[in-house]
Ligand binder design. Structure first.
Ligand SMILES: [Zn+2]
Length: 659
């Protein structure tokens, strides 16, 4: 089933839209990841939501759990956060559980394209029935405010995730409708969105509110696109436009419920990017996931309305993130305190928070920037976050998760089965299960290929059905063979990303070499021609092993080097190395070799070199001395960062001492 035509905004534009999930079959690297989600993660997410008691909260046929846990944003300072597993006894309700169910429904929906799963589908249908029963006459729907804190709806948008939950249920509804053709949840969420629009908005008499945790904005854009209803686009635009305006809604809302606006746990509205209007923002601040979701929604609205004022602000924010505040893994938000940003160049490795959801959010944002046209500035970073800091959050078998994604570990940071704040598992699940839609985007007479890998895409362009097949061992090898099969000859532009990490690239069309320099702009080669059945394009991306260094302002990386090959960032892990990792030095003269390791971690390419290690001999008697430790030769082996902690627990290090 395909989406309905987009809502009309009345403005001409060249917008690129992602291909729908079912229109792209992925194999190879992403096929393995998507299979793990379809065969394991999707069921696990549902089961753990049930074990956590979520159905007790949403099912009107059961007694309300009625236990109110005073809300504070999931505090990383809680002693049980790291490595915590849900016990079933400490948490009975959460105000954001509708969101986790929404993301679980979304993951299940995308997974159904890959693998029929009637049992899971029946369970999701039952959850949707519960929401149908729960929904009030006026359309309102929140398990928290109906079952746990009745009578308090629309009184604390700042803290209580009310619209955030609606957003995730909307995304789940859109995905489930597209996957199954079942409209029930979509209709439920349309009624709720209509209710929201009757309460909040720019018109006189309506509250001028917006959510403290962005998400509803990008969700309403999806709802508008799938239903063709412009009113949902307008509501999304209102939430973007109103954010941070004066008088400040969160101040007024606090006073209305008898609270002091200054008595705010996070002290500053930077936490929710509502400190100033969004078009005036030029620094990435506050909670990282909130920021990524906001910028994603802004990018959607910029695309839909051709709004350059938003685009200018987004480019400033993109610069600020990628030149001063982003881990080399594509992770972001170093601090556990605010689950977000601190100060420029503050990128600690061992204590890195770098929430899985934040890297997933960066993928969302980057992919939406590509809606305004192919540009490797965004796509390269999308790829970085995809292959490294986001999928590190999911074990290779799809059953275990990371919340934080540090770049250094002493061996105690291990994956867990579940979490009392289970936002990350369904977020990485839905991203991986929908990976095909990040590969390509389509405009009226152009197709952009953003990601490479074994896959087949189907799309209609200029009224002609086209199938495009990529044959490639990417990311292990940079050779990509593309074959096009239009039903009839059709003219369009094929945009191919030339990644910045590739030291040289060569392009052939039907076996003839083409000068890339002449046809490349913004990091994409543009091939315009009338494509015929059997036309082929071959792209050879050189994939050198690179030593990467950080800006000297990043104190934690001074004197250190990281390794990459193609889109992958590497790390050393205890399992593959004899020495304690902090004792290793990689000499600048060391020759680094790449080796295929088909039996390791599902099949990876390792990097290895002769390194030096500080010896422990002669240090038994003390802590300090005037002679440096002796140095011994050792063999060092690095694996892709995303694959770490899939064997026995042990140390891990991305930034090695550089000799
Ligand atoms: Zn999360």
């Amino acid at each position: 089933m395909t989406a309905s035509p987009s809502a009309k905004t009345g403005k001409p534009k060249l917008a690129f839209r992602p291909l729908p999930v079912p229109h792209v079959d992925v194999h190879g690297f992403w096929g393995d990841r998507a299979d793990a989600v379809a065969t394991r993660t999707a069921d696990i997410l549902y089961d753990r939501c049930v074990e956590a008691g979520m159905l007790e909260q949403i099912d009107p046929d059961r007694p309300s759990p009625g236990v109110v846990i005073p809300f504070h944003s999931p505090s990383p300072d809680e002693a049980d956060r790291q490595g915590a597993e849900f016990t079933g006894s400490t948490v009975t309700t959460q105000m954001f559980w509708d969101s986790d169910l929404g993301k679980t429904i979304e993951t299940a929906a995308y997974s159904l394209y890959r693998r029929k799963n009637p049992e899971l589908e029946a369970k999701i249908d039952a959850v949707i029935d519960m929401y149908g029963k729960l929904q009030q006459e006026d359309g309102y729907l929140s398990s928290w405010y109906q079952r746990i804190q009745p009578g308090k709806r629309w009184t604390n948008l700042r803290d209580c995730h009310e619209l955030y939950c609606a957003g995730h249920l909307i995304e789940g509804a859109v995905a489930y409708y597209q996957a199954t053709g079942k409209r029930k949840l979509l209709d439920i969420m349309c009624r709720y969105a209509d209710h929201i629009a009757s309460v909040l908005g720019p018109e006189p008499g309506k509250k001028k509110g917006y959510c403290g945790h962005e998400e509803i904005e990008l969700a309403l854009v999806k709802l508008a696109r799938v239903t063709g209803e412009q009113k949902y686009m307008e509501l999304a635009k209102y939430f973007i436009d109103q954010r941070g305006q004066q008088p400040h809604y969160f101040d007024e809302e606090a006073r209305a419920r008898g609270a002091d606006p200054k008595a705010y746990h996070f002290k500053t509205y930077e936490y929710s990017q509502s400190h100033i209007p969004v078009r005036d923002q030029d620094k990435v601040v506050g909670h990282a996931v909130r920021a990524m979701y906001l910028y994603s929604g802004m990018a959607d609205i910029a695309t839909e309305y051709g709004d350059d004022s938003l685009r200018v602000a987004l480019d400033r924010l993109w610069d600020d993130l990628t030149t001063k505040n982003l881990y080399i893994t594509g992770g972001l938000g170093p601090s556990a305190h605010n689950e977000g940003f601190t100060s420029d160049y503050d990128l600690p490795n061992e204590s890195a928070y770098a929430e899985t959801c934040a890297a997933v959010g960066l993928v969302f944002w980057a992919s939406r920037m590509l809606g305004m046209g192919p540009n490797a500035r965004y796509a390269d970073m999308m790829e970085r976050a995809l292959y490294n800091g986001s999928i590190s959050g999911l074990s290779l078998d799809g059953s275990l998760f990371f919340y934080e994604n540090p770049l250094e570990s002493r061996g105690r940071h291990v994956r867990w089965k579940w979490h009392r704040c289970p936002c990350c598992p369904p977020n990485i699940g839905r991203m991986v299960a929908s990976i095909g839609s990040y590969f390509y985007s389509l405009a009226d007479d152009a197709l952009a290929v953003h990601l490479y890998g074994d896959s087949t895409a189907r799309f209609d362009i200029a009224g002609t059905a086209v199938s495009l097949t990529q044959a490639s061992r990417y990311p292990w090898d940079g050779a990509v063979e593309i074959t096009l099969k239009p039903q009839a000859p059709v003219e369009f532009t094929l945009h191919l990303r030339i990644p910045a990490w590739s030291s040289s690239a060569a392009l052939q069309v039907n076996g003839e070499a083409v000068d890339l320099g002449e046809m490349t702009s913004d990091g994409y080669a543009a091939i315009r021609r009338t494509w015929k059945k059997g036309d082929s394009v071959r792209l050879d991306l050189e994939m050198p092993i690179e030593r990467l260094y950080a800006n000297p302002e990043v104190r934690q990386d001074a004197g250190r080097v990281a390794l990459s090959r193609g889109p992958l960032i590497y790390c050393v892990e205890a399992s593959d190395n004899d020495s304690r990792l902090h004792r290793l030095t990689l000499p600048r003269t060391a020759e680094i070799e790449a080796h295929e390791a088909p039996g390791l971690l599902g099949g990876v390419v390792t990097l290895s070199a002769t390194a030096r290690a500080d010896a422990g001999d002669g240090w038994q008697d003390g802590l300090y001395r005037s002679e440096p430790p002796a140095s011994v030769e050792t063999r060092m082996t690095a694996i892709p960062y995303f694959a770490w902690d899939n064997r026995e627990p042990g140390e891990m290090l991305v930034w090695l001492r550089d000799g």
